[in-house]
Design a protein around this ligand. Sequence first.
Ligand SMILES: [Zn+2]
Length: 89
Amino acid sequence: MVAGSMAADVTLADAGRSPVVAWRVEDGALVLRFSGSTDERALRCNCGRHHWIVETRHADGRASLAVKCHGCGTTGTVPLAVGPAPLPR
Ligand SMILES: [Zn+2]
């Protein structure tokens, strides 16, 4: 599909295990970077596709991504790491 730089996959189940510190949608694929890692991972559905409808959610000070697979309609939630507010100097 995408040649070259696409990183390793991560499944929806594994994506919930550590907080996501950065994300973007690239050609419809959801690319995630996890806390403590510099690697980017493309979220892969059980059906093998990487294309998701992505919505950000904020509730009770927590942020997450609500995702839905374009292919099979599987839905899931990916927790986002929320950094502490910077202190004024
Ligand atoms: Zn799917």
